[in-house]
Design a protein around this ligand. Structure first.
Ligand SMILES: *Cc1c(COP(=O)(O)O)cnc(C)c1O
Length: 398
């Protein structure tokens, strides 16, 4: 498949005068999502009312859309389901993985991980009590910390701050060699670069859909369970829609078949409708093409910024092979610089303490966008345009 990126760009609503380099945090609106969600609201919710669960296929959406995401992350058919938020899916995957590895009490992660993943792991350990504990090491020390007392290795493949990429296949192989199960967070991988869960032998994976997959704010997360574990994993969050027969209303819980058991409660139908419109675009896309263009866009940005903004230092790996689909630069006044950029229509984001983060999303980002962003950033740095009080007041969301 050769992806036509001019065609995919035309399928998104991109506001006039904006260069959007934050699709790694919140993807833009697929134009078709408006009509798709409106149909769900008026014709399905409005006219079908509760009949929509059957006749509009609402109840099947979490697995049906899971299968469409599966292609992007190298997952087997029937191994991915949608629902809840990523933090909850992290908890669920970790709890199941720990239980599949009885006798071991350590969750190993790294200090570059997204705090919510670490908070959830720590909270789960406290709930389980006993000797359960979370151990974190610097990202570059993970491989050597994988020892036979670790129960679960929980890693986010792409570092949310720097874009540094872990070697999923190598770390999973190392983990399995000493009896460790793996939970991979694909928050900054799914839709960003090719992922091969099946080839890597990953045990569990989770990710979100509102970043690169463009399902809109609050879009649900997904969870993957390797088929070899799917009938054994016990869902710690044993909700009725993960039950073998939800409408039997049995008092006793019996887990559903395979990945269905990882469902918890009522799915977010309106968000899933938006995701469906986005997946219609993803179905036209080859992830190898996405990767090639993402690297080319990122290289062009790095080259441009380094040539014209000498006070910004690259925080991302220079080698594209170990970088995701984002580029970060450091500057002590990073927050104010980002606000000045946003005021001029270049939208990236800031991550404490000093990271300016820019996402490159080939479905709609062009080389003209990169050139425009570099020129505006260079002008801000050359004129100290960021050095104004209104750019230094921190908003609630950065
Ligand atoms: C974005 C992100 C989250 C956010 O979790 P939510 O529950 O969806 O708010 C969690 N973990 C990682 C690694 C992320 O990048």
């Amino acid at each position: 498949m050769t992806t036509d990126f001019a065609a995919t760009r035309a399928l998104f609503h991109l506001p006039e005068g904006v260069i959007y380099l934050d699709g790694n945090s919140l993807g833009p609106l697929p134009r078709a999502a408006c009509a798709r969600v409106e149909r769900t609201i008026t014709q399905e919710w409005g006219d079908l009312l509760i009949r929509g669960w059957n006749s509009a296929g609402w109840m099947d959406m979490p697995a049906r859309l899971g299968d469409r995401i599966a292609r992007l992350i190298g997952a087997e058919a029937g191994s991915v389901v949608l629902g809840d938020t990523l933090s909850i899916k992290v908890y669920q995957a970790l709890a199941s993985a720990l239980e599949l590895n009885p006798g071991r009490k350590v969750i190993l992660s790294d200090t570059g991980n997204f705090p919510s993943d670490l908070y959830m792991a720590d909270g789960l350990c406290r709930t389980l009590g006993g000797d359960y504990r979370l151990v974190t090491v610097p990202p570059e020390d993970v491989a050597e910390a994988i020892t036979d007392d670790v129960a679960v290795l929980m890693l986010t493949e792409i570092d949310y701050r720097t874009g540094r990429k872990h070697d999923m296949a190598a770390l999973t192989a190392k983990a399995h060699a000493v009896g460790v199960l793996t939970v991979w967070d694909l928050a900054h991988s799914a839709g960003a670069l090719p992922v091969d869960l099946s080839g890597a032998g990953a045990d569990f994976a989770v990710g979100c859909t509102y970043k690169y997959l463009n399902s809109g704010p609050g879009g649900p997360a997904f969870i993957y369970v390797a088929p070899r574990h799917a009938e054994k994993a016990r869902p710690a969050l044993s909700g009725w829609l993960g039950h073998e027969a939800p409408f039997a209303f049995d008092l006793a819980y019996r887990p559903g078949a395979g990945i269905e058991r990882m469902r918890v409660g009522t799915p977010p139908v309106l968000q899933l409708a938006a995701l469906e419109a986005s997946m219609d675009i993803w179905d036209q896309v080859d992830m190898a093409d996405v990767r090639a263009r993402s690297l080319a866009l990122s290289e062009a940005f790095i080259t441009g910024v380094e040539a014209r903004c000498p006070t910004l230092s690259l925080a991302s790996p220079r080698d594209g092979a170990v970088r995701g689909s984002q580029v970060s630069f450091r500057h002590p006044e990073g927050y104010a610089i980002m606000q000045a950029l946003i005021a001029r229509g270049v939208i990236g984001d800031f991550r404490a303490p000093d990271i300016l983060r820019f996402g490159f999303t080939p479905l709609y980002t062009t080389f003209d966008d990169v050139e425009g962003a570099v020129a505006i950033l260079a002008e801000i740095m050359a004129t100290d345009a960021w050095d104004r009080p209104e750019f230094k007041t921190r908003a609630r969301v950065t």
